[in-house]
Design a binder for this molecule. Structure first.
Ligand code: MMA
Ligand code: CA
Length: 192
């Protein structure tokens, strides 16, 4: 979790590109200011501190919300990604549809750290989950949903073995992957 002072640093950095350029500087946002960060906040006159203060407060507020969701086991944050599940077991197409409807996509671990974050949700529900990976036209060539080739994989021993007959990918409860037919009921895990 980021410290308060790192929010301030991040926010001050963000001050360099703000509402003046957009000609959309709010007069009164109704959002309480952070104590000590007053209207001018000791920043250069050229910067619109009020708009900047809005950025600081929104970032602080978002991080508190993320803290609650993390504490309650509702989300996993890894870098800029957030993984979450609705707890529902559905086929691949439905799972992808639910994720996209919520503004995300199916969980697609791109490295060991992300794979572990998805695994922790698989373990939380004790259910295998479909990943955002599908087999291309060439058998055994798996790709991301956006058609780009895989840059990371965690195949179980002897997988993938479907050779064109198992076009989806599930995560087992040890974090390893298996190519699998797409019409099973698997836990929906999305990334945002
Ligand atoms: C099932 C199915 C396959 C998987 C094998 C592993 C029998 O088929 O889940 O995708 O590769 O089990 O034994
Ligand atoms: Ca398989």
């Amino acid at each position: 979790m980021l410290s308060y002072s790192s929010y301030m640093l991040t926010a001050v950095a963000a001050l360099l590109a703000t509402c003046h350029a957009l000609h959309e500087c709010p007069q009164n946002t109704g959002i309480p200011e952070i104590p000590g960060l007053s209207e001018r906040g000791g920043l250069p006159d050229s910067l619109d501190t009020k708009a900047h203060n809005v950025v600081v407060n929104l970032k602080h507020r978002l991080s508190r919300l993320e803290g609650v969701l993390t504490l309650n086991g509702k989300i996993r944050k890894v870098g800029d990604k957030i993984f979450a599940s609705n707890g529902k077991k559905v086929d691949f197409t439905s799972a992808l549809g639910s994720c996209e409807e919520a503004g995300g996509t199916l969980a697609t671990p791109m490295n060991e750290e992300e794979n572990k974050a998805v695994l922790s949700i698989v373990k939380q529900y004790n259910q295998y989950a479909y990943l955002g990976i599908k087999e291309g036209e060439t058998p055994s060539q798996f790709k991301y949903i956006n058609s780009m080739p895989l840059t990371y994989s965690k195949w179980h021993q002897y997988e993938p073995n479907g050779k064109g007959t198992e076009k989806c990918v599930e995560m087992y409860t040890d974090g390893s992957w298996n190519d699998k037919k797409c019409n099973f009921y698997r836990l929906t895990i999305c990334e945002f």
